[in-house]
Design a protein around this ligand. Structure first.
Ligand code: HEM
Length: 512
């Protein structure tokens, strides 16, 4: 009896001791994170100062862009969004952070979801520099111009073919699915050697797999332990495996083709450029798996970004009929001969208002609105001349918030392409960070620009656009004097929510 009482007292005392220690540890950590780090001086919600969970929660809901924008509106250009994370929405500070390799990409990029690192995922400056030297020429404007015929053929010309058929049937079209279809088909053609037939056959397997792969990357970024539990996310890992296999097969097929026919010259596309990529400094080439990974990166980075930018731009045009009217007039006057497609260089040179509309659309809804964490280097840094950030902390990039920063942009939530016109237009454009800036800026920018200009210029010349009577969003739905935007959903790239319903549009031929 005595020994039972004795062991009960002992175990209760032990339990009490352990729970007291744990509580002290938790309370100590909370106090340290909230009050005893240089980050404590940075404004932000209390919960965020002790944990990254609120940030992850909003990111998992696809609302990173709205969440950080609302925090910046409340707390200013620098906000503490996590116990070791600071969000930044100040354009010149963002450019400073992004300018050099001193602020490396954070470990969040190192998801380990792909078998090898890519130009995008690597956190090692030397690997990135080598890869950008090896592939820089691939995405140069000079090289992209040589691919413009293919971009036109599998892009806007293909879309016009489909939409003409829909007009004959008297049906509405869906611009979101149209733009995704051509973005994937163009990359299929140039990066995989064959179109994915997404537009014509409505085969969305590849797009679905990309979505699942992005989800998987998000899950293992927040909870790395899940990398080991493949059975728990069978579907997501299956999508990843299928994309890897598809990319490896495309590279192998091309190599086989070349060794069979010695027809390298006939393949003037991006797939061939990636296979041939060589560092001009060292002569270093890419291994087979690196080539496949870069092909797959192009698919992931170059499809939804471009398609979403087109969708947002179309939404703004539809929500602002005077803008649509002026754009159509400009385009139809500058390019009356409809027998030839409008090309990038001529559109860029002759359609300044189209540039302004595109810029304003990318300002309000960047297809890649942010997170993109950068590690603070060993010497630490001071943000906005005010807040000391110690080494090891992360600076999260909020392009979404910086593009609506009221200290830089008058009427920040309003759609006003005029701000990019006239003498100040050029300077204003340099405030835009939709393609990021500095050493890790978007390498596919030229590719995207050719698609954006050719698609919009040719479609607006050819068709009149009108929202259906039952459209949930449009010029009829106004809040605070501004048409309500279709809400966005951001999983790395940000696109309109529920596109099946929200992105329907009625088109007629312009001459009708
Ligand atoms: C409108 C379309 C596009 C937008 C808005 C966009 C935006 C961006 C942004 C913001 C980044 C920086 C991300 C970061 O720091 O982590 C980026 C990086 C990148 N983009 Fe794009 N992008 C677009 C189209 C494309 C296309 C068409 C391609 C290729 C075909 C591409 C390939 C890449 C690659 C490879 C990187 C990583 C560069 C590096 O880390 O060195 N992007 N893009």
């Amino acid at each position: 009896m005595l020994s039972t009482i004795y062991s009960f007292i002992l175990s209760s005392t032990l339990l009490l001791l352990v729970s007291t220690l744990v509580s002290l540890l938790v309370v100590g950590t909370i106090f340290k994170r909230a009050y005893f780090t240089p980050l404590s001086k940075i404004p932000g919600p209390f919960l965020n100062s002790i944990s990254n969970l609120p940030l992850y929660y909003h990111t998992a809901r696809g609302q990173y862009h709205k969440y950080t924008t609302s925090l910046h509106a409340k707390y200013g250009d620098t906000v503490r969004v996590g116990h070791d994370q600071v969000s930044l929405a100040n354009g010149s500070e963002l450019r400073r952070v992004l300018a050099t390799h001193s602020f490396r990409k954070g470990e969040a990029y190192n998801t380990g979801v792909l078998p090898v690192q890519t130009m995008f995922s690597t956190t090692d400056p030397e690997v990135n520099k080598t890869r950008r030297r090896q592939m820089g020429n691939t995405y140069s404007m000079a090289h992209m111009r040589t691919l413009e015929d293919a971009i036109l053929e599998h892009g806007v010309i293909s879309l016009i073919g489909c939409w003409d058929a829909e007009i004959k049937k008297g049906a509405d079209v869906n611009y979101f699915y149209g733009f995704n279809g051509i973005a994937f088909d163009v990359i299929g053609m140039l990066g995989y050697g064959k179109s994915f037939d997404m537009l014509r056959e409505n085969d969305i397997t590849v797009a679905n797999n990309i979505q699942k792969m992005i989800t998987l990357s998000g899950v293992v970024t927040i909870f790395p332990v899940f990398k080991r539990f493949t059975w728990l996310f069978k579907d997501l890992f299956a999508a990843r495996n299928s994309l890897i296999a598809m990319s490896q097969a495309a590279v192998a097929r091309r190599k086989q083709d070349i060794s069979n026919t010695n027809a390298q010259a006939a393949h003037a596309d991006i797939l061939q450029k990636i296979i041939d990529a060589k560092d001009p400094k060292t002569g270093q080439t890419l291994s087979h798996s690196q080539q496949s990974a870069e092909v797959m990166l192009m698919l992931g980075a170059g499809t939804e970004t471009t398609a979403n930018t087109l969708s947002w731009t179309m939404m703004y045009i539809l929500h602002h009929p005077p803008v649509q009217h002026r754009l159509c007039q400009d385009i139809r006057r500058a390019f009356p001969d409809k027998t030839n497609p409008i090309r990038y260089d001529e559109a860029k040179a002759q359609l300044p208002y189209l540039t302004a509309v595109l810029h304003e659309s990318m300002r309000l809804n960047s297809a890649a609105p942010g997170y993109f964490p950068r590690s603070v280097p060993a010497e630490g840094t001071t943000l906005c001349g005010q807040y000391r950030v110690p080494p090891g902390a992360h600076i999260c990039i909020s392009f979404a918030a910086s593009h609506r920063n009221p200290t830089v942009w008058a009427n920040p939530d309003g759609f006003d392409p005029e701000r990019f016109m006239g003498a100040d237009g050029e300077a204003r454009s340099s405030e835009l960070l939709a393609f990021s800036a500095g050493v890790r800026a978007c390498i596919g920018r030229n590719f995207a620009l050719i698609e954006l200009y050719t698609v919009l210029a040719n479609l607006l010349r050819k068709y009149n656009f009108e929202l259906p009577e039952d459209a949930p969003y449009g010029p009829h739905r106004i809040k605070d004097g501004i048409p309500v935007e279709i809400p966005g959903l951001a999983y790395t790239t940000c696109g309109p929510i529920n596109p099946l319903v929200n992105c329907r549009v009625r088109i007629t031929h312009a001459e009708d």
